[in-house]
Design a protein around this ligand. Structure first.
Ligand SMILES: Nc1ncnc2c1ncn2[C@@H]1O[C@H](COP(=O)(O)OP(=O)(O)O)[C@@H](O)[C@H]1O
Ligand SMILES: O=P(O)(O)OC[C@H]1O[C@](O)(COP(=O)(O)O)[C@@H](O)[C@@H]1O
Length: 444
């Protein structure tokens, strides 16, 4: 598929009058109206039928649908655009970079700048970029990682505006997680304050899939698929040893979506530990013991942020360059504690610790994620050229949406075990979290 062709095919014919449309200010994403209505053919408002978190928000909230508009705000032939990728890696980053580049060039955009190593590439000291064209990005989607590199750590918004002005960039695409979009929000505030006509459009990225008001972020499905492979191996290992126990640690600093989904997908997991559900070591020992005595093997999945209360007692969490709190290695901790426990009991337990964290996010995306990335990139370009700013291109109720930065940075999406789709995981965690009254394994 050539994005350039498909984007060109769907473009409205541009007449000089088409460019005489609202100023960036007028186009800026507004809090949507409070009743379900079609604003115009192209500006539909999508109402959310599910409203789970945070509960204090206005239930009449609605999202604008992302995509082409009747008019373009920018004359594409007159502008440059920029792309930046920040935060942790995620399968599909290169696909989004490629899609934005192809789509922008199909519109006739003059130059596409790719900033190196996250926001650092837009800073005064670390200013660094490459020019992207169809040739340079043509095959980058064959690989995982980010063609542009990524980083964590703050950059003053005024320095970023300085760089954008210097390179005459009218649109910046920020591909990143909640931290990146928070940074993008401050950048957009600074742009508004300085009276510049520069649009900032985010593309939400995180394998943790914990961005508010986004059903699914790109790369998540791939990460779950990769995690399932690791779980299958963990199961084989556990079954091959007398009283075999495999502990698999997966990413998920604040939410356990990867762990929970991979658990459901695998069918080999006996205990799933996620940050949302505190557990006690004593209860965990009991469940593992009973499982080993009955079935001879056991597989535990633990999200990196699970058991934060236990870890905090040994070692207080530290902050990464972006200010995200990170605790010690919960997987290793569990391995040591469980081994010590069974040694005390004089009971055999062959423990294996598997940590596939980085391998599930550094790989290339599966077909479904790749297709998703392609559309995200196209929608981001369409929306930006229409003059939209200060929002991300999300995905909600099967629609691509525009969601303001201010909304998605209000909190984090978390697993609610009471929701229907997590009932198996809920049953599985009942005994270790103290929810089970019998104190017996509920789902082993
Ligand atoms: N509160 C914030 N204000 C401004 N910039 C932020 C903020 N939080 C994060 N950032 C910046 O966004 C970038 C990525 O953030 P990070 O939290 O590491 O990853 P992610 O975007 O994946 O959550 C970093 O350069 C970081 O400094
Ligand atoms: O070692 P790194 O690069 O800080 O990445 C680890 C982090 O990446 C994540 O998977 C995703 O984090 P971001 O969304 O902030 O990029 C976290 O769960 C995890 O703590």
């Amino acid at each position: 598929m050539t994005t350039a062709t498909s984007a060109a095919r769907t473009l409205p014919k541009l007449e000089p009058a088409d460019f005489k449309i609202p100023t960036l200010g007028e186009c800026t994403f507004q809090t949507p109206p409070t009743k379900n209505e079609i604003v115009s053919e192209n500006e539909r408002i999508l109402y959310q039928s599910r409203f789970s978190s945070p509960s204090e928000l206005d239930p009449s909230l609605a999202f604008e649908v992302a995509g082409l508009r009747d008019h373009l705000f920018f004359d594409p032939h007159d502008i440059n655009v920029g792309i930046v990728t920040c935060g942790g890696l995620c399968p599909g980053l290169n696909d989004v970079i490629r899609s934005i580049t192809y789509s922008s060039l199909a519109y006739g955009v003059k130059k596409v700048y790719g900033f190196k190593f996250g926001y650092r590439g837009l800073s005064r000291q670390g200013r660094s970029y490459v020019l992207l064209d169809t040739k340079s990005v043509n095959t980058i989607h064959y690989l995982g990682g980010s063609f542009l590199g990524s980083s964590r750590g703050p950059v003053p918004p005024e320095e970023m505006v300085e760089t954008l002005k210097l390179l005459k960039i009218s649109v910046l695409f920020t591909i990143g997680g909640d931290g990146t979009q928070r940074g993008a929000m401050f950048l957009q505030d600074k742009i508004t304050e300085m009276g510049e006509k520069i649009s900032v459009i985010g593309i939400p990225k995180t394998i943790d899939n914990d961005i508010l008001y986004v059903d699914k972020t790109f790369g998540f499905d791939t990460a779950v698929e990769e995690a399932r492979e690791a779980l299958t191996c963990a199961h084989v290992e556990a079954k091959s040893a007398p009283h075999g126990l495999s502990i698999v640690k997966l990413m998920g600093r604040d939410s356990g979506f990867i762990s929970a989904k991979a658990t459901l997908a695998s069918g080999d997991v006996n205990i799933c530990l996620i940050p949302e559900e505190p557990f006690t070591l004593e209860a965990l020992f009991k469940v593992v013991e009973s499982r080993l005595l009955r079935q001879n093997h056991c597989v535990i999945v633990v999200a990196e942020g699970a058991g934060a209360e236990l870890m905090a007692k040994i070692q207080p969490p530290v902050k990464d360059a972006s200010g995200n709190l990170k605790g010690g290695d919960i997987g290793l901790f569990l391995k040591e504690q469980i081994q010590a426990h069974f040694k005390k009991l004089d009971m055999e337990c062959t423990t294996r610790y598997i940590d596939p964290s980085y391998t599930i996010r550094a790989c290339k995306p599966n077909a479904s994620d790749a297709a998703f990335c392609e559309e995200l990139g196209n929608k981001a370009v369409n929306s930006a050229l229409s003059g939209k700013t200060g929002c991300i291109v999300g995905f909600w109720n099967q629609q691509f949406t525009l969601v303001p930065f201010s909304l998605i940075t209000r909190g984090r999406k978390m697993i609610k075990l009471d929701e229907n789709m997590w009932s198996t995981v809920k049953a599985m965690t009942a005994d270790v979290t103290g929810r089970s009254e019998k104190g017996e394994a509920s789902c082993l």
